[in-house]
Design a protein around this ligand. Structure first.
Ligand code: HEM
Length: 507
């Protein structure tokens, strides 16, 4: 009995001692984290002394949900060249929107911000968009021939066919005389174009349910990444994976991967056929997916399965979502500027007649339409911003500087709406892109610039031109004044309430 009492007392003593030690350690850790947090915040404040900002909340920074673009316009007006942006307590970026600043950053080889871009990797892996260093260079070299103009030339026919499928569908739908949400149709069309051209896909995509679920999955993925970047509690993988946002992100990843896996398996199966393999062997230049399947690195090895899937996931996303945004906003810009729409239509009619045949050569004969496309890309850049993490300190031409490790947002939206570069920036004025119009070479960057510029730029421009030309031959585009689009950024530029237009069939 006496022994029992003694051991009981010792136990209680040791448990409470243990709890005390743990509490003390916990407290020390908390204190250490608080000091670390404080010092980092002081460092940020010191670095950003010369980069002003509007007042920010200690926890929410200066982020207001879905107001990023409106906020940028405010900053561009108020703070010349650059400002700072606080996400929360100790997360801040310098935001730049001045052509000289852009030139400095895009002329360097700073990496993309590891943390933010890592949110994409469960979905698109380490493909060209995310890769860095030697491996990025190797992949860029392997993939550049897929965008050679001899490869792009025959794609014009594929693009035209897909545009006609969409326009035929629109003819059926507009009988009901109500405005049409165009972005969803355009997304299916651009997905079909990238699948048929870069991935040698031969089926129809625009009526396919599986393609619709891929597009829905991309919508979820880009939305989840957008909110994760802005949520302090979703930075850690452990907490994120347990959250409902995290779970729906991984579910959407699975749907996207099923789509791209199917594409790879189908092409591999086709290539088992001797005839198809022979056709590929005879080609001087290969399509994108065939390049990947036959690629050999400098040490003579094929691309790993992981690398192959990452590139396919990257190009499937980049190759359709950006162009869908581009085409949708160009149509909106033309609908709201009917006099320019009509001028483009007249030009296209002169070049293409009734549009039954469109070729590569036609695309350089539409200067006014090209000016309008560029002006729409200025007002509505499909990729509104990108990021960099400084690998060495930088000093900008006006003497302001930032240290190594600092995060920079290159706001193309801010740049394109900067009144110091573009007088009356909100006015649609294609003459800004007239051949004799003078402008800074870094004032217009829808496809970014420097060594990490868009590899699909030419492909995209061809697609935009064909889509605009063929659509204007068939329809007059009119805005729906009851549903003005509300811009929001989801990696690419979207509208919160869709893009609704009235389409009037031309005689
Ligand atoms: C209007 C359409 C498009 C726009 C506005 C656009 C814009 C951009 C921008 C701004 C970047 C730089 C991203 C960064 O630095 O983080 C980029 C990179 C990239 N784009 Fe595009 N893009 C378009 C179409 C396409 C198409 C059609 C493809 C593929 C067929 C494509 C594939 C890529 C890839 C792979 C990269 C990464 C390049 C690298 O880092 O080496 N893009 N694009």
């Amino acid at each position: 009995m006496g022994f029992f009492r003694l051991s009981h007392i010792t136990n209680v003593f040791s448990i409470s001692g243990f709890v005390q030690v743990i509490s003390l350690l916990g407290l020390l850790l908390l204190l250490y984290k608080a000091v670390q947090y404080y010092l980092h915040r002081q460092w940020l404040l010191k670095c950003l002394r010369e980069f002003p900002s509007t007042p920010s909340h200690w926890l929410f920074g200066n982020h207001i949900k879905d107001q990023d673009l409106q906020q940028i316009l405010l900053w561009v007006e108020k703070f010349p060249s650059a400002c700072s942006r606080w996400f929360w307590g100790n997360k801040a970026h310098a935001v730049i929107y001045d052509p000289d600043y852009m030139k400095v950053i895009l002329g360097r080889s700073d990496p993309k911000p590891t943390r933010t871009y890592s949110f994409f990797t469960p979905w698109i892996g380490y493909g060209l968009l995310i890769l860095e260093g030697k491996k990025w260079f190797q992949h860029r070299k392997i993939l550049t021939p897929a965008f050679h103009y001899d490869i792009l030339k025959p794609y014009v026919g594929i693009i035209a066919d897909s545009v006609h499928v969409m326009l035929d569908k629109w003819e059926q739908l507009i009988g009901q005389d109500c405005p049409l949400e165009i972005h969803q149709h355009i997304s299916l069309m651009t997905l079909e174009i990238i699948m048929k051209s870069a991935f040698s896909y031969q089926g129809s995509v625009q009526l396919d349910e599986e393609a619709k679920s891929y597009i829905k999955a991309v919508e979820v993925l880009t939305q989840r990444i957008y909110s994760r970047v802005r949520n302090a509690f979703h930075q850690s993988n452990i907490f994120y994976n347990l959250s409902s946002n995290g779970r729906s992100f991984y579910h959407a990843c699975q749907i996207a991967h099923e789509h791209t896996d199917r594409m790879i398996s189908m092409r591999k199966a086709q290539l088992k056929n001797e005839g198809e393999l022979e056709k590929v062997r005879k080609k001087r230049l290969l399509d994108f997916l065939d390049i990947l399947l036959f690629a050999q690195t400098e040490d003579g090895k094929s691309l790993s399965d992981e690398d192959l899937h990452a590139e396919v996931d990257t190009f499937m996303f980049e190759g359709h979502d950006t162009t869908a945004s581009g085409i949708s906003w160009i149509f909106y810009a033309l609908a709201t500027n009917p006099e320019h729409q009509q001028k483009c239509r007249e030009e296209v009619q002169n070049v293409l007649g009734d549009g039954t045949s469109v070729s590569w050569n036609h695309l350089s004969q539409m200067p006014y339409t090209t000016m309008c496309i560029k002006e729409a890309l200025r007002l509505y850049p499909p990729v509104p911003a990108i990021g960099r993490e400084l690998s060495t300190p930088v000093t900008f031409p006006d003497g302001r500087s930032l240290p190594k490790g600092f995060l920079i947002t290159l706001s193309f939206y801010g740049l394109h709406h900067n009144p110091r570069l573009w007088p009356n920036p909100e006015v649609f004025d294609p003459s800004r892109f007239a051949p004799d119009a003078a402008k800074h070479s870094y004032a217009f960057l829808p496809f970014s610039g420097g060594r990490r510029n868009c590899i699909g730029k030419q492909f995209a421009m061809n697609e935009l031109k064909v889509a605009v030309a063929l659509t204007l031959l068939r329809f007059e585009l009119l805005p729906d004044p009851t549903r003005v689009p509300v811009l929001m950024t989801r990696t690419v530029l979207k509208s919160k309430n869709g893009i609704y237009l009235h389409l009037k069939k031309l005689k």
